[in-house]
Design a protein around this ligand. Structure first.
Ligand code: SAH
Ligand code: SF4
Ligand code: F3S
Length: 431
């Protein structure tokens, strides 16, 4: 039997898209390999959100080149956001002539046809589509049995000035309401316990409020215990009806990822985020007034063009005020083709590194303090893995918790009482 291995980079959207690529390969009779070394088809589903993401892909291509030299019959394909970025596909073709198939984000579902070209006609394929077509369905070979991803929309229309996503993922398109409901229903009936709805800006699903809250309510009507999560929410589009829908059912997780990106209003404006820090904090207040035990996480960037110490300190102040459950911190990375790339006042790497180190340290202390305050509390946990007698799972508000558990606990919900908080980690006991 022929085997495939997919190297996935980037966001959850990509993780799920790799499940679709796996579905196509599975339909063609391929089975999953354990590594690149024993695969007949090697795919790289790539990300270009920051330069480091691209460097990682190029590094891995160096290793794959050696595999191809040893086993010339291996088919190597690269797809996703990186080749979709202007000029990159040609660069890859020149720099890595051993790659057999290069395709972008809009034509992922064509993988089967491209494999035909290589397998049956001995041809190489380079096909990048300039724009998105209709939403296409693809078979999905899911990675897990507990958590599942479901796309509700594709693309992004926001054009935050630093971000490459609108250029590589095309315009915003929403999936049909009933199609999503029936996919989620069949996942829940099939035993999945957590479904995460995916979109770059889920709040603008179906053209905007109240479509997303209607969807959440429709997805909370199935039998049994399960959880619906979603990401990502753009703060400018988060409305009261969404928060009320979250509060209306135990089946919608008490968790929201609400990326702020910066604390300084001057920087937020340059970023084209379309809210001020004050407006953002108002939304946080609104969420907490309706769901007091909500978990909130965020993305924050340092070193955006012209960011000075004072701007940076606004970010520090904001995270001290909000006290996020989890904060994903990034160093601003120049992306060609974006508005911010052409801005004057690019920040040197030393300043950026210094700021990110301070930010990480601050969030670590905030996280530790929060973690300690949870000792003695009980959370409803969904166990997703058990390894060497230790179970790992998450609460509805997205806190990661570990506990002693037997293998049969995987995929179950139960109450866990927190007994210890160590270095931001919560340890508990099944009640
Ligand atoms: N649609 C989501 C974000 C997708 S990208 C949203 O709007 O929140 C994930 C995160 O990567 C962003 O939230 C941002 O913090 C970060 N990011 C995007 N472009 C970046 C860049 N050029 N440099 C550094 N970080 C970036
Ligand atoms: Fe990028 Fe902004 Fe769109 Fe998020 S909302 S994907 S940060 S352009
Ligand atoms: Fe990366 Fe593309 Fe996601 S650039 S973050 S994989 S949308």
């Amino acid at each position: 039997m022929k085997k495939f291995f997919i190297n996935t980079y980037g966001c959850q959207m990509n993780v799920h898209e790799s499940e679709k690529l796996a579905g196509i390969l599975h339909q063609r009779g391929y089975v999953a390999a354990l590594s690149n070394e024993d695969a007949d088809v090697i795919l790289l589903n790539t990300c270009c959100i920051r330069e480091t993401a691209e460097t990682r892909v190029l590094g891995n291509l160096g290793i794959i080149k050696k595999i191809k030299e040893k086993r010339p019959n291996v088919i190597v394909g690269i797809c996703g956001c990186m080749p979709q970025k202007k000029g990159t596909a040609e660069m890859l073709k020149k720099r890595c002539p051993f790659i057999d198939i290069i395709f972008g984000t809009h034509n992922m579902y064509k993988l089967g046809e491209y494999l035909d070209e290589v397998e049956n006609r001995g041809k190489k394929v380079l096909e990048i589509w300039d724009s998105e077509g209709e939403i296409q369905s693809a078979p999905v070979l899911r990675d897990g049995k507990v958590n599942a991803w479901v796309n509700i929309m594709y693309g992004c229309d926001n054009f935050c000035s630093y971000c490459i996503v609108p250029y590589v993922r095309g315009r915003e398109r929403s999936r049909d309401f009933d199609e999503i409901v029936s996919e989620v229903r069949s996942l829940i009936e099939g035993g999945y316990k957590e479904v995460t709805l995916l979109g770059q800006n889920v709040n603008s699903y179906g053209g905007g409020s109240p479509q997303f809250s209607k969807l959440l309510r429709a997805l909370s009507k199935f039998d049994g215990e399960y959880r619906i999560k979603f990401m990502t929410s753009h703060p400018k589009d988060l409305t009261l009806d969404v928060v009320e829908a979250m509060a209306s059912s135990d089946k919608i997780a008490n968790y929201i990822h609400l990326p702020v990106q910066a604390g300084s209003d001057r920087i937020l404006k340059l970023m084209n985020r379309k809210y001020t820090s004050g407006e953002y904090l108002e939304k946080i207040k609104m969420i907490r007034s309706i769901i007091p035990d909500v978990g909130i996480s965020s993305d924050l960037m340092v070193g955006f063009p012209t960011e000075n110490e004072e701007d940076y300190l606004c970010s520090e102040n904001l995270i001290k005020e909000v006290k996020y459950n989890n904060l994903y911190t990034f160093i601003y990375s120049r992306r060609s083709g974006t508005v911010a790339d052409k801005m004057d006042g690019q920040i040197d790497i030393k300043t950026k590194t210094d700021r990110i180190e301070r930010l990480i340290k601050l969030q670590f202390d905030i996280g530790n303090e929060l973690a300690k305050s949870y000792v003695g509390k009980t959370f409803r946990v969904l166990c997703d893995t058990v390894k060497d007698g230790i179970g790992y799972g998450k609460s509805s508000c997205d806190k990661s918790i570990s506990f002693v558990a037997s293998q049969d606990r995987v995929g179950q919900f139960f109450d866990v009482k927190i007994t210890q908080a160590k270095n931001n980690k919560l340890i508990g006991e099944i009640v």
